[in-house]
Design a protein around this ligand. Structure first.
Ligand code: NOJ
Length: 502
């Protein structure tokens, strides 16, 4: 792969707890992931991004990190992680890990030390009085400790925020980066990347955060071919692009695309905005339809409001499963055709819907509890994958996965879909293979098209047409390479995407 492999890579997101369980305890692990590497190779991905795999009390699915230099025992050992990296590399698959620099865990040594000794609190954000900030998960962003002081946690109380005014925090994270880069990881996804620096009155996108990433870029460049990827949710695109300047992060997730409704004007607006935002800084755009924090596309696209908004997830919003499934297929080929990098969240390739009827007592996401149960939280997109067989746990491993899988998933197992040429899995496999040959990094040119139709040609010559209108749309001349649904008399049906070669 080229020196800048990440510019056009298809990156598969593994939420380890729910991917595959190798030791039968109901929780996904490294043994399970290693056993499924051939599946990912056959799927055609270039890289795997793993959510945090460190020792953690799991107050926020591992984003409460107790030790940045080890592996959560439920997932495996450091030795196994090293073997996994080597095995992925043998298959020519890159490995990206998740680093969480905004906050720690109350179970970390540093926080325990801070609790025991008020003189050791400067690594965190302790104050005598809290301000009025609210946690992103709901409720106050401050928790009081027994001696009366308060500490800041922008997320759950188990996730105390680091104080990035303290040089020791900078040194610690540069060392953590080297620890993993030395072990061969090819990249780092940076959690909550815009929140690190705080003043007494603001915490989002403060300018000194860029100094952190300039340093990290220097660290990454001590190694060959490594990538820094920012989780940067910012409404202002000009501010967003600053994170991607040539001496900062290499790429960032495109949350505008992920949140965008299934609407031709909105999609075109977001695609154009993405391209014009990235061009001046020379960073490749990325195209993301889902991740472990958002409603699964099959469910979202079947609703009357097809956009995604954080905090907007509601219990029991009706969704038309067939419509959602058709649109998710069309959206997948659209995303794969756009110039830049692509993210695929595990289960997206199986067309899994959001599981909306989880028993409340099994929900683990702090968002659910901290919203007083009004927000169902993110467990519904984190249900363990169905691999094979006719009943739960569908080959996931063990007998009782940590979240229950719906019986109806018997039709959605990887095994069932591998036997069906029209399945979502077949579409992803063919799409990713063709994408590797014909798409990825580069440019696009919009083509004139009918009402509610998006049509563009890539620099490589492939044309992509998506019909978001109510009736069939004519296709331009050319040979159809792949389509997300059957053509009707040579025309493109509603909610369908086709790729053509001239
Ligand atoms: C973003 C992560 O994607 C999410 O899962 C997590 O809860 C927050 N950051 C806090 O770490």
């Amino acid at each position: 792969m080229s020196h800048t492999w990440w510019r056009g890579a298809a990156i598969y997101q593994v939420y380890l707890r729910s991917f595959a369980d190798g030791n039968g305890d109901g929780v996904g692990d490294l043994a399970g992931l290693r056993s499924r590497l051939p599946y990912l190779k056959d799927l055609g991905v270039d890289a795997i991004w793993l959510n945090p795999w460190y020792p953690s009390p799991m107050a926020d699915g591992g984003y409460d990190v107790a030790d940045y230099r080890d592996i959560e025992p439920v997932f495996g050992t450091l030795g196994e992680a090293e073997r996994f990296i080597a095995e992925a590399h043998e298959l020519d698959i890159k490995v990206i890990i998740d680093v969480v620099p905004n906050h720690s865990s109350t179970a970390s040594d540093w926080f325990k030390e801070a609790l025991a000794n008020p003189a050791a609190r400067d690594r965190f954000w302790f104050r005598d009085e809290p301000n009025d900030w609210q946690s992103i998960f709901g409720g106050p962003a401050w928790t009081q400790v027994p001696d009366g002081q308060w500490y800041l946690h922008l997320f759950a109380p188990e996730q105390p925020d680091f104080n990035w005014d303290n040089p020791e925090v900078h040194r610690e994270f540069e060392d953590v980066l080297r620890f993993w880069l030395d072990r061969g990881v090819d990249g780092v996804r940076i959690d909550s990347a815009a929140l690190l620096i705080k003043s007494d009155t603001a915490y989002e996108d403060l300018d000194p955060v860029h100094d952190v990433y300039r340093r990290w870029r220097q660290v990454a460049e001590e190694y060959d071919d490594r990538v820094l990827i920012g989780e940067v949710w910012l409404p202002d695109q000009e501010r967003f692009a600053r994170y991607l300047r040539p001496d900062e992060l290499h790429t960032a997730f495109n949350f505008d695309f992920l949140s965008c409704p299934w609407d031709p004007d909105e999609l075109r607006r977001v695609i154009d905005l993405t391209l014009t935002t990235h061009a001046p800084v020379g960073a490749p755009p990325t195209w993301v339809l889902s991740n472990h924090d958002v409603t699964r596309p099959v469910t979202r696209y079947g609703r009357s409001d097809t956009s995604f908004a954080h905090g907007g997830a509601l219990h029991g919003v009706p969704s038309d499963p067939e419509l959602g499934y058709r649109r998710a297929r069309a959206a997948a080929l659209l995303a794969m055709a756009l110039p830049g990098g692509l993210y695929v969240y595990q289960g997206e390739e199986l067309g899994l819907p959001e599981v909306e009827d989880l028993p409340d007592e099994l929900r683990q996401d702090p968002m659910y509890a901290r919203s007083g149960g009004t927000n169902p939280g993110r467990d519904g997109c984190r249900v363990p994958l169905p691999w094979s067989g006719d009943e739960p746990p569908f080959g996931f491993g063990g007998s009782r996965p940590w979240l229950p899988q719906p019986e109806s998933w018997r039709k959605l197992t990887a095994e069932a879909q591998l036997a069906d040429l029209d399945s979502m899995l077949a579409l992803y496999r063919t799409g990713l293979r063709l994408r590797r040959e014909h798409l990825g990094d580069g440019t696009l040119r919009w083509l004139p098209s009918g009402d509610r139709v998006l049509a563009f040609t890539r620099d490589t010559g492939v044309t992509c047409v998506t019909n978001l209108g109510p009736g069939p749309a004519p296709l331009p001349d050319g040979t159809v390479l792949l389509a997300s649904g059957r053509l009707e008399d040579g025309a493109l049906p509603p909610d369908t995407t086709a790729w053509l070669l001239p």
